[in-house]
Design a protein around this ligand. Structure first.
Ligand code: ADP
Ligand code: MG
Length: 813
């Protein structure tokens, strides 16, 4: 038994995979209400994890940073599905490979697993109670512990003399204990008071509420103290300093001392001691994934050494290079994962070449009521170039709200049609799909065949383009008709919602698949749309979610990216103002004045989290109030998620056709809606919405040439919400907002509300452009030399990348 597990043996009655499956299936049946087991799933999961009879793949899936309870229903559903999948997977292949690979790095333990998979309890001095506390920090195995990196380091390296202590600074002394006694100090609580000295003088030290320190500080022992020096009765003193008995191998003081994230009942001292044990016993088993050549080129230490230095650095230099290496390793595996995914996509099957006939492009541009912006032109060129090749395009078209992505997409669809192929365009909501249908029809003048594309002599196209619409609101017979038109190739373009990727839809001549607002869809849905065709189609995905470049490289690394970084001319920035609720009437007056000028307004109802039904009810009440009490003389319409597609469509139509002055809506108008005559966006309860969503709301106005306004009302915003509102008022640049959002909330939260999945990065900084670009370069170089990463020296790297891809990237797109 090479690595005996310490602490209590696992109870034989602990629930295992079978019980876990039962509970999760029940949870699924009960609609993810956390009601499958008494006391909640989190407690049950903790027991299962402690029980330990789990395969690593299952175990790693069970980890939840903030518990099942804190997940929203969608995230719960996804997580349950994943765990069930892991439970279903036969225990072979990758799991096995991973174990063998790791075992190469050291002897296997008694359990047949790898030392790094041992529970935290395997570390000397870790009790079951302590293990449970670590678990709250997401640390379950020895491997987790080793990658539980300090948040920062206290520079307790340079020891000074008592005589030289400076008040108010963090400093370290090495002293002898003269006396140490347990006493009542301060607010009547027991603590320790000690007198210590070195050859330059003596000083007083107190530890509030820590009487036990007195028992550990025997007179004449040598200790090192570190902390901020304060003044007590005119003399320097330490209050609650970090301390450690002197040795030539210090853990807490006299060095760069790690500072870890803590949780209740887990002191910095304890974490340091436990990590230290773990590092000493287990760091050597950390497998080296970086090829030697690369490591040498960068002067990186080997993996175990890097882990050691990251926790207990010998010097600032050693620390810096260790951290750089660990971060690089994470970024490299992400880049390898996305590049391998991209390659798989490109090599899956050749796509049809779809060159855009010069004349068709000319006719199209001539038929537009405006000229494309340079940015639109540049992006369109890139897309058309891709489509003129056999390698399937996989391009992301990114552009802030209102930058004009739809017209670019339309031109791309036209290229497919001009070559006798079909195009499909999928949008996340019916409102949006219907809007696209209208845009396409008006630009391509399909039905009548009377537009400039056809009437010019010679005509640019032989016959009118047939555009079909597919969404949930269609009747069964309408749907059947569209299915038939799509399957026979009679429909050139099909626009729609998720209905496009449902059973029964085939597009035998699909040449181009477009996904709008792609962050609303999953990768499977994206692939499914492309899969409606019989050959590999080109793929264009569009998003208005401004993603900082670093993140784009990470999350969309498998896509080529084009950015429309310019707004159509004549747009005026939307003036944004944040008003307290007592000035609500001013906002209403303003709306009224704009309406008098012939403009229209949106009023967004406050967010009600509980359910769409409640949300709908609240919106209806607000709508009634506004209509009766505030704007009795104006025409108002209501829009919420519980209305039928037809009702929604009708409300949008009336607003668009100016039959209605004010559209009162829930967050359903968040994406894509385009009504250029609307100039006011009034958001109630603005503090409840995130920056990204507020930016989307604001993007609904300022789409014409009139000056537009966004008014944010917030009743009692928190500090953080106030910061958000201030940022909103200070910039209209989506990228700036996204970066601010990312800084404000951190990557986890940033993506939590925006899209699922996020690489599990322990060390790397997703805002570090240079590091990410470097990792990408190296990943490309590696894949060029060894496309499948099959050489022995690349095997571990490949496994790590595959794990990264499976765990995160899948969820992201
Ligand atoms: P988004 O990128 O948010 O999807 P849209 O494609 O909905 O933006 O375009 C926003 C509005 O701008 C539409 O009304 C569209 O007709 C108009 N538009 C697009 N391109 C131009 C342009 N080059 N010049 C003027 N108006 C444009
Ligand atoms: Mg759009």
């Amino acid at each position: 038994m090479a690595f005996p597990a310490r602490g209590p043996r696992r109870p034989t009655s602990a629930p295992g995979e079978r019980e876990l499956r039962k509970v999760l299936e029940l949870e699924r049946a009960k609609g993810y209400a956390d009601s499958a087991v008494v006391g909640g799933l989190d407690r049950f999961l903790a027991t299962v994890l402690r029980g330990g009879a789990l395969r690593p793949a299952v175990r790693s899936r069970l980890r939840l940073a903030r518990g099942y309870r804190s997940l929203d229903p969608r995230a719960r559903e996804r997580w349950v599905r994943e765990v069930l999948q892991a439970l279903d997977a036969p225990d072979d292949g990758r799991g096995e490979a991973r174990r063998t690979a790791r075992a190469d790095a050291g002897p296997p333990s008694d359990a047949g697993g790898h030392p790094l998979d041992l529970p935290v309890r395997a570390v000397r001095g870790v009790s079951a109670a302590l293990e449970a506390r670590f678990e709250r920090l997401g640390v379950r195995t020895v491997g987790d512990l080793l990658t539980f990196f300090p948040r920062r380091y206290n520079d307790y390296a340079s020891i000074v003399k008592i005589r030289d202590l400076r008040i108010g600074q963090e400093q370290v002394v090495r002293v002898r204990v003269w006396s140490a006694t347990e006493r009542v100090i301060g607010r009547g609580r027991k603590g320790t008071e000690a007198t210590v000295g070195d050859d330059s003088g003596m000083m007083r030290v107190v530890w509030f509420n820590q009487p036990y320190v007195a028992r550990q500080l025997k007179p004449n022992t040598e200790v090192v103290l570190a902390g901020k020096v304060s003044l007590y009765q005119g003399r320097p003193t330490f209050e609650n300093p970090e301390w450690e008995l002197w040795s030539d191998d210090l853990t807490h003081v006299g060095r760069l001392a790690p500072v870890y994230p803590l949780t209740e009942g887990l002191s910095g001292r304890t974490v340091r001691r436990v990590v230290r044990e773990a590092v000493e016993r287990f760091a050597r088993f950390v497998p080296e994934t970086l090829p030697e050549e690369l490591r040498e080129r960068y002067g990186f230490p080997e993996a175990p050494e890097a882990i050691r230095q990251a926790h207990f650095p010998e010097s600032t230099e050693a620390l810096a290079i260790a951290r750089r290496r660990l971060a690089f390793e994470e970024l490299l595996s992400i880049q390898l994962a996305v590049l391998m995914r991209r390659k798989a996509f490109q090599e899956s099957a050749p796509a049809p070449r779809l060159p855009m006939p010069e004349a068709v492009l000319e006719g199209f541009l001539a038929s537009l009521p405006y000229a494309l912006t340079q940015a639109q032109r540049r992006c369109l060129d890139a897309i058309l170039r891709d489509m003129d090749g056999e390698r399937p395009m996989s391009r992301l078209l990114e552009g802030d709200v209102g930058s004009g992505k739809t017209v670019v997409a339309t031109a791309a669809l036209l290229a497919a049609v001009a070559n006798g192929y079909q195009g499909a365009m999928m949008a996340p909501t019916e409102i949006l799909a219907a809007q696209h249908l209208r845009t396409l029809r008006s630009v391509l003048h399909a039905g009548g065949g009377e537009g400039p594309l056809f009437t010019a002599s010679p005509p640019y196209l032989p016959r009118p383009i047939v555009i079909a619409y597919l969404a949930g609101s269609l009747t069964a017979s309408e749907r059947t008709r569209v299915h038939e038109a799509a399957a026979s190739g009679q429909a050139d373009i099909v626009v729609g919602t998720h209905a496009l990727i449902q059973e029964g839809v085939t597009l035998p001549k699909l040449g181009l698949a477009i996904v709008d607002e792609q962050h609303r869809f999953g990768v499977m849905q994206r692939a499914a749309l492309r899969g409606r065709g019989s050959r590999a189609a080109h793929m264009l995905v569009m998003t208005a979610t401004p993603i900082p470049r670093t993140l784009a490289l990470t999350l969309y690394g498998d896509l080529d990216v084009s950015v429309i970084d310019e707004m159509p001319p004549g747009r005026q920035p939307v003036r944004t103002e944040w008003k307290p609720p007592e000035r609500r009437h001013e906002a209403y007056d303003f709306v009224r004045r704009e309406v008098a000028k012939g403009r229209q307004a949106f009023i967004i109802c406050p967010l009600v989290e509980e359910s769409e039904a409640l949300q709908a009810r609240a919106a209806t009440a607000e709508f009634e109030r506004l209509r009766r009490e505030v704007f009795p003389d104006l025409a108002l319409a209501l829009l919420h998620g519980r209305m039928s597609a037809r009702e929604k469509d009708e409300a949008m139509r009336r607003f668009r056709d100016r039959e209605v002055d004010i559209l009162v809506s829930t967050a359903v108008v968040e994406v894509g809606v385009d009504v250029p005559n609307a100039t006011v966006m009034l958001v109630e309860g603005a503090d409840r919405f995130g920056l990204a969503q507020l930016h989307q709301f604001r993007g609904r106005v300022g789409r014409g040439s009139e000056a537009s306004y966004c008014i944010l009302l917030a009743d009692d915003p928190s500090e953080e919400a106030q910061e958000r509102l201030r940022i909103m008022a200070s910039t209209t640049n989506g990228f700036e907002l996204a970066e601010a959002d990312l800084r404000l909330r951190g990557p986890g939260e940033f993506f939590g509300t925006r899209q699922a999945g996020m690489p599990d990065l322990r060390m790397a900084d997703l805002l570090d452009v240079r590091a990410i670009e470097l990792a990408r370069e190296e990943a490309m170089r590696l894949l060029e030399a060894d496309p499948g990463l099959e050489r022995p020296e690349h095997r571990l790297l490949r496994e790590r990348a595959l794990r990264m891809m499976e765990r995160t990237i899948d969820e992201v797109h």
